[in-house]
Design a protein around this ligand. Structure first.
Ligand code: ADP
Length: 499
């Protein structure tokens, strides 16, 4: 039997999709209390996907009340660890079983290619598996004391946790937030981005099918200014975990300060560097595949995109030439065609933003090194700009699109200075075979996630276990790994005197 799924198959499946479009509260889909709606648009075709209520503070009140009831009666919080583990593992199974459907929802709403969306499923299920296994490994510790006293630390859930996610990896982001929040025993109210909310709604439904008690995982779709602000200002939300722009992150700080001072975890913008030494010349071809992946994955729409290439002057021409040649294989096209190598930019608004940076690049004297591709609707090919100086807008500001800025260095100190010359500090990659340089990079680079590579490949095994915390304008709070689980816990110090 031929098991290859063709473009026509994906089109037929997309056509047959049942698209969730209502808040998911207390284990079921309910009508939004808002009268107005918004419509997610498929950026690849311009077609409206569905209509969703813009949401209101009443929807949020209902979701928070449901999460609070679930938390207080302990239906999930007090469940035995092995039960929690079983449910989270089952959610991972269901993500895989319904992978095609979930991938399609993300493709239709935000324009990634079907092959990328399917490749990303392993991250979503992987977060649930990792945190399922972590549930019964969250140990407190015993502190030294006199013999009549037992002093110890206890990790407890924080209570009702709100989460607000962006549109670039809708299902991954929902999983990255939900898996540790639930594993820690909290109840959750999640607002996905209005650009792409349907896979998150379906995820919550699957979680209940997996055995998660109703009320523990609620999803309220809607706009930032309606649902997002209402979660941010809610007096009964104990913590808020956010991934999105630095601008919105700052607003959430304000909402917290003006409401109940809820704890925040903020993963914000980035302008991450990729430093490449000339000593990597022997690995040129294989290394370029990874450089391109880190710059242009998801059409460059990811906060850890290494959008500044900082290359040793003597290696510049060779490296740029190889990057430009390799990027020519990234050709924008039909997102439902499994052979398409490059998807769409998520919205026309985002496209306008990317175009404004391209204009600024030309105005400030940067030079396009890649072939000039056609910009059509939400489609554009990757662009590589040279003659970029550290003060130019395309070297300083987050573009969130497929635009790579190339800068050069003569000494490694200069490379690190340029890499750190940003208010952000989300991620960085350094390529070198020189131990002294590698050590200096680890010591001096301001980045939450740092990859130091002396050869191409590797790194696949760290995906779930690594914990990272951003610097500066990129936010604060640890995500990933066991420390990421502890972010969603409260630490209680117990002094137990008995006998
Ligand atoms: P982007 O520009 O990439 O869309 P945003 O920070 O605007 O990044 O959006 C990320 C998430 O934050 C989305 O779910 C969005 O609806 C939400 N959001 C936007 N503005 C606000 C706000 N004022 N309050 C709360 N949430 C918001």
């Amino acid at each position: 039997m031929n098991s290859i799924v063709t473009k026509a198959d994906w089109q037929a499946r997309a056509h047959a999709l049942c698209i969730p479009d209502k808040p998911f509260i207390n284990g079921r889909f309910v009508s939004s209390r808002s009268d107005s709606t918004f419509s997610p648009i498929n950026p690849a075709t311009g077609e409206e996907i569905c209509k969703i209520g813009i949401g209101s503070s009443l929807d949020v009140d209902e979701a928070v009340a449901s999460a609070r009831d679930a938390y207080e009666d302990g239906r999930w919080r007090s469940a035995p660890p092995l039960r929690k583990k079983q449910v989270l593992l089952r959610i991972a199974d269901l993500i895989e079983q319904h992978g095609d459907e979930l991938a399609l929802l993300d493709v239709l709403e935000m324009g990634k290619t079907i092959s990328n969306a399917r490749a990303e499923l392993a991250f979503s299920s992987g977060f649930f598996r990792y945190y399922a296994e972590a549930v019964d490994k969250l140990y407190g510790d015993v502190v030294p004391s006199d013999l009549s006293t037992l002093g110890y630390h206890l990790y407890e859930p924080r209570g009702v946790v709100g989460a607000i996610t962006p549109w670039n990896f809708p299902l991954i982001m929902a999983s990255l937030k939900a898996a540790p929040i639930l594993a820690a025993g909290n109840s959750l109210v999640l607002k996905p981005s209005e650009v792409a909310s349907t896979s998150t709604l379906r995820l919550a439904e699957l979680a209940v099918e997996a055995g998660l008690p109703p009320g523990v995982f609620n999803v309220v779709p809607g706009l930032g200014r309606t649902v997002g602000e209402a979660i941010g200002r809610h007096m009964d939300v104990d913590m808020l975990s956010f991934t999105g722009s630095t601008r919105t992150g700052r607003q959430l700080l304000r909402y917290s300060g003006e409401s109940n001072g809820k704890a925040l975890l903020l993963e914000l913008g980035g302008k991450s560097p990729q430093v490449v030494g000339a000593d990597m010349r022997p690995d040129l071809e294989a290394m370029v595949t990874q450089i391109i992946h880190e710059a242009f994955w998801n059409q460059g729409q990811w906060c850890v995109a290494r959008s500044r290439l900082i290359v040793e002057e003597s290696f510049h021409d060779e490296l740029v030439d190889a990057i430009v040649r390799a990027s020519e294989h990234l050709v924008p096209g039909d997102t439902l065609d499994p052979d398409t190598t490059f998807g769409a930019i998520a919205t026309l608004g985002q496209m306008a933003r990317v175009r404004s940076y391209i204009d600024a690049a030309y105005d400030e004297g940067a030079r396009l090194l890649s072939p000039e591709g056609k910009i059509d609707g939400c489609f554009m090919a990757p662009m590589v700009f040279g003659d970029v100086s550290p003060t130019m807008k395309i070297a300083k500001e987050e573009i969130f699109g497929p635009v790579l800025s190339v800068l050069t260095f003569k000494t490694f100190d200069e490379a690190l200075r340029i890499a750190n010359d940003t208010s952000y500090g989300l991620a960085a990659t350094v390529w070198t075979k020189n131990m002294t340089r590698a050590h200096a990079a680890v010591r001096d680079l301001r980045a939450g996630k740092l990859a130091v590579r002396s050869r191409p490949g590797g790194g696949e095994q760290t995906g779930f276990a690594l914990s990272t915390e951003p610097w500066g304008s990129s936010g604060f709070g640890v995500e990933g790994g066991m420390s990421g689980l502890r972010s969603y816990c409260r630490l209680k110090g117990v002094e137990f005197v008995c006998g």
